[in-house]
Design a protein around this ligand. Sequence first.
Ligand code: WT7
Length: 674
Amino acid sequence: MIQLNTFLTGALVCQTGSNMATIESILRENRIFPPANEFVRHANITGMKTYEALRQEAERDYAGFWAKLAKQYITWHKPFTRILDDTNPPFYKWFDDGELNISWNCLDRHLTTQANKTAIIFESDEGEVIRCSYRELHQRVCRFANGLKALGIRQGDRIVIYMPMRIEAVVAMQACARIGVIHSVVFGGFSAKSVYERIIDAGASAVITADEQTRGGKRHALKATVDEALAMGDTTSVHSVIVFRHTGTDIPWQPERDRWWHNLTASQSDECEPIWVNAEHPLFTLYTSGSTGKPKGVQHSSAGYLLGAIVSMQWVFDYHSEDIFWCTADVGWVTGHSYVTYGPLAIGATQVIFEGTPTYPHAGRFWEIIQKHRVTTFYTAPTAIRSLIKLGPDLPEKYDLSSLRLLGSVGEPINPEAWMWYYTVIGQSRCPVVDTWWQTETGSHMIAPIPGAIPAKPGSCTLPLPGIDAAVVDETGLPAEQGKGGFLVIKRPFPSMLRTLWNDPERFRNTYFPADIAGGHYYLAGDSAHRDQDGYFWIMGRIDDVLNVSGHRLGTMEIESALVAHPLVAEAAVVGKPHEIRGEVIVAFVVLRGKLPDDQQAAEIAETLREWVSSEIGAIARPEEIRFGENLPKTRSGKLMRRLLRSLARGETITQDISTLENPVILEQFSQTI
Ligand code: WT7
């Protein structure tokens, strides 16, 4: 049972099912929701005492704690004898004399016990359902891996995957893992330019794609985008493009380079001996935005990464063998890597994969899928929750959501009102909500409630998982005062952390272990946070200029570079502005070459630039607003006054010192919304 009294002294404990009308008026969040008894009865980890015991175990023998889990949850081809190698910080290694294969751990090891269990329940955009058992998935992965080998693809090669959200995307990733090929998935919504940049940075030898993808009733060209990307520069490293036939539309074809997926796999064997790799062998790279420069190729290991995914499935998602797990993330994001492709399969779960969008062909689509497939564990992003709240509470009420037992949230802080709606309307005050804080770089959950143990507070990701030494500190590395903001850091290396940035170890060190914060000894997450009287973590936002649009990280620099690459633009700066549904939207401040445009021209140019950014980066980076001025506000030393721009974007009164502005009239110009 929960030890509330000792742990949460003086805190207000609410009854479940609290009244929505009171929610908005509560400014300082002090509601606490202990897990329901019914949930605790069946939970993997129950009560604060158990949680505290696990934390203390990790405290007493940190390496031993992780080694025990690594032996328990991973099947090793060659057992490891070394645990943590920290002789060359910050380049840490875990279990590095062990050997394993990730795909073998996700597939083969289930064949003796549950070959006929459904691994994937796939639902297409149009509602077609395809079930795939562990045995079938294993065969499909083997056949495809053999196909890759037939093309001369070998261990250590890099492959870019640009696929729709279908079973084939998982097959492609798993097949790479099976033969030691490092995959780099590019989200299907990204542009040709993004695909090109990732191909070049990774030095990819092949691209796996489809003719088109279908989402929300709309079709988007994938193969044509890959063709465009490959024509953008020297992409001779790419010898093969493998194309999955999805919609069957006509596509351009280069016979010496392009291969149909179905032809490649047609005569391949259903068996493919896995390549046993070292624990530290890179499993994948995934590109993510930073505040400066090009996207960073976050490089993950094999064993440590897998361990994080499995342990969090157990602890945070409280995995039970009869669960129907549904994570709505696309495999183009890290959430789709850890909680679609790897975690659920490694643990032997049945999961739903959905190709479409929450509101097509009707606004109840998510709830309909939960009802139809009897989903027990549902994991989505606050932006999706907020957009569904808008559609009204009566909509979910039309569906039978009684199969649900756990709800999860990821990507950005979830506002307390959205949390309450999720908890009461979707979870019917029965299901714990796990607000999971983590990052592309951390590979798996870091700070999140263990649902049978830790009472939740709406808007807080609660407490670190056992073995994760998270803290909020000042520059010197000392703990920030209670309630005061500071840098969110992780003080000790942990198994699932990124190992480096692809081809850029210096940038890895400077970004995540900068010498001027705590002497460079801690992993710096890039978020600010504070802790309350119970030690709960509250994420406050990024410390850099990274934006969070619909739960996805976008670098200001990338968008600014895209804007100035347009011939009409001389200078540009972008900032985020809070948005009810999408978290943040992009406001761009643009200085054009030549005169300030009149209103009509401004509207036309703004539209041109929006389209331009969409095609340069992807629709997700499209600026919501574009404002024009004669120059950008800068300090005397020439530094962009980003905070001032943020105030202008939000329509706030200006409190910053503007005495150094050469041309104050730009404040007037940049206040105009187009
Ligand atoms: C950034 C990481 C982790 C997968 C999805 C995004 C923000 C993420 C939360 C949360 C508050 C959150 C942080 C973090 N973030 N989850 N539960 N509460 N903020 O991965 O693109 O690597 O972004 O997303 O700012 O640093 P990502």
